[in-house]
Design a protein around this ligand. Sequence first.
Ligand code: AHR
Length: 502
Amino acid sequence: IRAHLTIDPHFVVGPVNRRLFGSFVEHLGRCVYDGVYEPAHPTADEDGFRRDVMELVRELGVTTIRYPGGNFVSGYRWEDGVGPREERPRRLDLAWHSTETNEVGLNEFARWLDKVGCELMYAVNLGTRGVQEALDVLEYSNIRSGTALSELRAAHGSPEPHAIRMWCLGNEMDGPWQLGHGTAESYAQLASKTARAMRQLDPELELVVCGSSGAGMPTFGEWERVVLEETYDDVDYISCHAYYEPRDGDYGSFLASAVDMDRFIDSVVATADHVKALKHSTKTMHLSFDEWNVWYQTRYNELERITDVDTWPVAPRLLEDAYTVVDAVVVGNLLISLLRHADRVTSASLAQLVNVIAPIMTEPGGDAWRQTTFFPFALVSSLASGHTLELRLDCPTYQTALYGDVPVVDAVATHDAEAGATAVFLVNRSQTEEVTLEIDATHLGDVLIGSVQTLHDEDIHAANTLHDQGRVGVAPNGTATIDGGVLRLTLPPVSWTAVTLV
Ligand code: AHR
């Protein structure tokens, strides 16, 4: 298969916002306990955080981290997680049928974020709670001193405010599984009231209202319209969530998951802009794609639920998908889709970070290692900079059961004029054919190849596991040449590639 790509630095889509490389830590399974926090682990620091995990988080290059949920947040009382540990209550977590010990809460997590150099994006509970509790946690975390809750935070050992800028107004409130789920109208009213109250305290906050939990929801589209009509002036972002998995062995469709993500984003942008027109507004709504990943959700749904409340476990092994090569190629392609929409998607969170559908896995008392999906994320986070460019890509298509005809190759490029650096991210979705790709980079002037790294394996189901942690990685792609500004390289079947031009 032959493909041709033209890069022109004049065709700018939008700036690459570092918040696109965010992630998500939920009190779910072993994400917090035995993941981020394991005081008995040999690498644990003075606060009980695993140093080996912190090193991997830094290497991954994540920026903003959404916390504490997820479905969990819709039943959460933030006050349970602050103050002396020995006094913190154990609670039933209705979302995941687990027992929450509350050993880690807002102050510990903020401390961990300081150590790994990430920004906190905090979700308030609009499932079982409302305006007052959102105001309370805002006061507790952001007011410097001199009020009851800011002084309480200081008394709890955190004298400095957490200065949280980004706040999610609940989680997936369109989902019938969500505690406190209601209609779009009822949620929109609560979200609007909460947003306005929070802004009375601090007008500079960045607020995210819940969009749909997936484009496949029966209320998708209409939910966004109703919610935005009510909250348009009160919020800065509407959220999108999407998870993908291969169904019935249909890898052709699975490899084209980013086509679905593109359409999802375009639909939400269209709906937001429709509301903008209705309101004669000059403000443009941004999208926060604050849950996205490959998730073998069918496997999870087939598991038997723990029903006897006396046996709801603490930090059970939940949603611990072992990612393969094909999963990493799809994750790499989803990153391409997010970057392509850099003008409207200005925040995104890979769900999640440790153990739970995560790029980083840990064993209690043992190792921490990189899943296959770690590699495309880390490379995009470290190489994408400046602005996303609109590309001209000519390549054949193939037929998929779910998305019709889709291009065999997908690509995005970023260009940093100041640094004189260009990065191109590429995927070959063909399961059988390699692609010979020609990239016309003449508009970039005199450029040389910086690096070309490809993720590929003869076995698309190969994974990194506890006992084989280095099985899959990225390797230099030795096929690349450049001549007269034209780069030629080969993309193996089911592969993801990062190219830098300097
Ligand atoms: O990330 C796992 C779960 O997926 C989250 O808790 C929820 O928001 C979504 O349905």
